[in-house]
Ligand binder design. Sequence first.
Ligand code: KG4
Ligand code: ZN
Length: 340
Amino acid sequence: MKVLGIETSCDETAAAVVEDGRKLISNVVNSQIDIHAVYGGVVPEVAARSHIEVVNAVVREAVKGAEGWEEIDAIAVTYRPGLLGSLLVGTLAARTYAALKKKPLYLVDHIEGHIYANFIEDERGLAAPEFPLLALVVSGGHTQLILMRGHGDFEIIGTTRDDAVGEVFDKVAKMIGLPYPGGPAIGKAALSGDRGKFKLPKPKVDKPYDFSFSGLKTAVLRAVQKEVGVGIDFPSGGLAERLSEEQVWDFAASFEKTAVGYLVDKLCAAYEEFAPKSVVIAGGVSANRYLREEITRRLPCSVDYAVMELCTDNAAMIASAGYFHVLNGSPCDPYEVEIG
Ligand code: KG4
Ligand code: ZN
């Protein structure tokens, strides 16, 4: 069974076709990174407008890669969470295609989709993850530990109290003068830095699997202000120009070490308690190499990491999740879709 996935929740317009939830047939991603980079972050209205301009072409290309609409058995679309204007474009496109081409329509949660990126086969021919499955979700909008006992069965065992980890990567990057998106830029700069140069705290929260990142962001701000010799009232926007290249590398490395160490501490503790059969990581920050190295080093089980292009936003993960909705759920009425 072939499912067409459509994803427009943030700044990527994506469509993909996946067979039986695991075999990637076509995968098209139109990234808006260049459009938003000039603003240093995603501008919601600009994102929605850009989705409108390209969504039909992106869907057409994905369907063409699967040899036409006759081959498509169902459509799956991201309906939450995300930027409302952006979600509206993808869901409206999916509803229109479902009605016109007479295909059943399924609604997929974006975070669920990120987890399903780990079900897609690649050239390594990996086996599908087994249940119970423990997922560490690390994206620009979410930081969660999720336990899945079967398809569609999700228990959130931990979540962030404030910022998401990807958001903090992006904000710290901006503070030290690295380009948007900050996550990959921090990862690259950290390779040249000294991870032990600046001591940063791991925030404490009362629940064992919850996270908090806002204190870490402030700790980096204070450390940078101290390093360049200004007071705590000095605006964060003026700090980057006072840092040398070496200082930027050291801040990137020290921040990455602390943030990743914190994530892996929680993942290891949850692994001990819930004894899952498999562990996956999901969301944009799961593309981070140092995070992967630390999980491999510290977790007492092996983890098969998804290929990098399936970690950040894409529609193949939505099509994969959609396949399991087809097997276990019922389609929605394309005239009655609510987003957000
Ligand atoms: O999952 P995603 O593509 O979009 C959301 O659903 O939010 O995640 C985007 C986030 C951004 O914060 C970006 O900086 C981060 O993922 N990211 C990374 C890396 N690649 C993307 N963070 C750390 N290291 C990376 N290599
Ligand atoms: Zn995402």
